[in-house]
Structure formats: C-alpha cells, structure tokens
Design a protein around this ligand. Sequence first.
Ligand code: NIG
Ligand code: ZN
Length: 435
Amino acid sequence: MERIDLLVTGIGRLVTPQGNAPRCGQQMKELCEITDAAIAILAGRIVLFGPAQEILDGLAAVEISETIDVGGRMVTPGLVDPHTHLVHGGSREHELALKRSGVPYLEILAQGGGILSTVRCTRAACEQDLYVKALRSLNEMLLNGVTTVEAKSGYGLTVEDELKQLRVAKRLNDTHPVDIVSTFMGAHAVPPEFKGHTEAFVDHIVNEMLPKVAEEKLAVFCDVFCEQGIFSVEQSRRILLAGKHGGLIPKIHADEIEPLGGAELAGEVGAISAEHLLAATDKGLAAMAKHGVIPVLLPGTSFNLGLAKHARARDMIDRFELPVALSTDYNPGSCPTESIQLIMMLASLNLKMTPEEILTACTINAANALGRGEDIGSIEVGKLADLTIFDAPNIAYLPYHFGTNHTFGVIKNGHVIVWNRAIVYTEASKEGAEL
Ligand SMILES: N=CN[C@@H](CCC(=O)O)C(=O)O
Ligand SMILES: [Zn+2]
C-alpha cells in the first residue's frame, strides 16, 4: 500500500458487527469492539482498521493525504434505513385528532383519507416539489447517521405518478451522498378510480406499471401492502411473482394488522424481507426462517398508531433465529419521523431488544434487507467507508438517552459529509450534487 486517502484516528470506541451475511438469532449480540482505534481509507473503501498504534505503525512509510481525529468519540458502521416512504407530497397532521379519538388506521383509509390523502397530494405535486421535500427528509436522516436509505413509491398509483416518485428517488440517489435504493410499491392501496375493482387494479399493476418500472430500471424491489381489505394473499402473490419475472426482488408489508399469511407468502415467493409482522403467526415466522426472509421491524409505527401490540422481536430472535432488522418506516401517516435513533429507543422499550441487537439490526441486517451486505453494514476491509461518529460513550447510550440526536459526524464513501452535527458535504461523493 503506497497511499491512504483518509486516516480516521482518535476513535475512542469502534463497534461493529462482522461479516457480510445477516446475523441470525444469538449472533445479533456478537459485536467486535476496539478501544482506541483507527481506520484507513483508500478510494472510498476501508483498507485497514484496528488498534490505533498497530495501524499507525503499519502506515509508517505510507503517504496519507488527510487525517481526521474524532476526539475519542464512538464510531459504528453508517446506519442503514431499509424501509421508508421517502418521496411523497403533503402531510397528514389534519388526521391527528381522528387518530387520537380512536378511529383505526384502516378505517381512515376506507373513508378516503390515510394513504389516499397522500396519493392526492403526490399526484398534484410536480417532480421538483417532491424532490425538495424528500431532500429535506433525507438530510435529516443523514444528520441522524444514516448512509443508505430505501425509498418506496406507492403514493402515485397511476403509471405516470408512480414513475414520477421513482424518478425523484433516482435523482436523489444521483445527486445526494446518501445512497437510495428504490422499491416499486404500486400495490400500496386501491385508488378511487379502481374502487371496488381491486382485481382490475392488480391487472393494471401487472400489465402496465411493472413493465414500465422494469424497462426504465427505476427499482430494485417490488413491494405489496398485503392486508385485510387492501391486497389479499392471492393478489399479492400475483404482483410479487410478476415483479420477480421482471427482475424485481420481492418485499412485502406483511401481517401488520391481521394475520393474513403475508409472512408465509414471503417465504413462498422468496422475498428478501417481510416488514411490520405485528400479527405474524409462528407458522409465518417458521416459513421466513426456512426461506431466509429478513424481518424488518418498525416499532415507530406501532408507537405512533398507539397500539398496545408489538412485533415479537424476542420470539423472532430467540426461538426462530431470524436476523431482525429495524427501520423508521418514515411516511406521512403511520410514522412521520426520520429519526432512526428514536427507533432504537423504541426497539429497546417495546421490542425488548438489547443494544447489541439494535446496532446489528440497524447495520448489517438492514444492509442485507437491501441486498447490500457485501458492501455496507459493517466495518470490514474491502467495504465502503460508510461510518457514523457518535457523541456517545457506548452503544447502550443510544437507546438510553432518548429524544436527542447523538450523531457528531458521518463519513460516506470515504468523504466527511457531516461534521460537528452539520452537513459539510459540497461535491465530495457525487458529482453535481444539489444540497
Ligand atoms: N402500512 C402501509 N404503508 C405504510 C404507511 C403509509 C401511510 O400511512 O401513508 C407503512 O408501512 O406503515
Ligand atoms: Zn411501509
């Protein structure tokens, strides 16, 4: 090695899961911890990491372009948010009183509100407005320490409006340092023009939407809201298999409210992940374990909907040895927050996950829920140099001291893009970025 682009020193504590694969069951508790550490970066990737003295000795004859000292802070892999509805128009604070008075989530949707209210706003918005709004949220996520985000469509529900959302996500990916991985979710709700004709809308998704999304290569994944009164297991199966045929990997909003069999379907169609899962049965969880489906849990959603019920994270980890991932589910209805650190606290409080499990769920397991475990999700030689620097003494401090942002800095692809809690990125990671 002749050169290092960036040497990160002064790391009080480096904490990371290890490897590329999802960490299942008890493996979720196993982390690598190094005190007084350093990380060497070349061409955006990690080339060395370990105890600082060892790294410095090894680099004695090597030219180092830049060194930063993180002042004894804690460094983890960049956080990954694998389930968001990032791009949408409008907001839904007008439904707050209704929600608080006890009107159920699906009832608000049945009355033409909920997701359909956001569909109206998204259809009415131009690409530029959607871009500016999503950019604001993406910056918020970045300031929280997130370096990769999944973004779903599903508020357009016409060919053009779905493509519009996905094009905005693509533009964000092209211009913003945070990586965006897109999911087509035309099957998010049945739009008013198809009311009472769900089968015809499924035909429309399969025959009109999916081919366009695949042709324009606008998404990696295809997702369906498989729920009582929304899309049945049969309809979801049809859409996910059609998506798979077009090269889109299945994901599924499964068993959120009713135990419909979405978890079983996830196993059957070879979904990469199944999300929500509050009502998933043992049979469903067993099917997921058998077929390697990652459960993506969204404790912010049950919290915000005021539900007493939570996803059975302990059973998933202890009995079914599943690799649990966590996510914000950022969306304007059931979970309007960009804060992955709030989700960490809720995972501790309501899902009874340990700090070690929470970090694993927000890094390597979340990376695998996006099929990116080879590149991100752990501090490993050869992986992208995506790092989050926390003003926190240890990982337990993150879910413990809640309601505040502990992120001091973020390094993405080997570039410092957040420092001292502010975005300092100009054009380091991606050309022509607009921030
Ligand atoms: N459950 C379905 N979809 C979203 C919520 C979308 C919305 O309410 O706008 C979710 O993951 O929670
Ligand atoms: Zn969702």
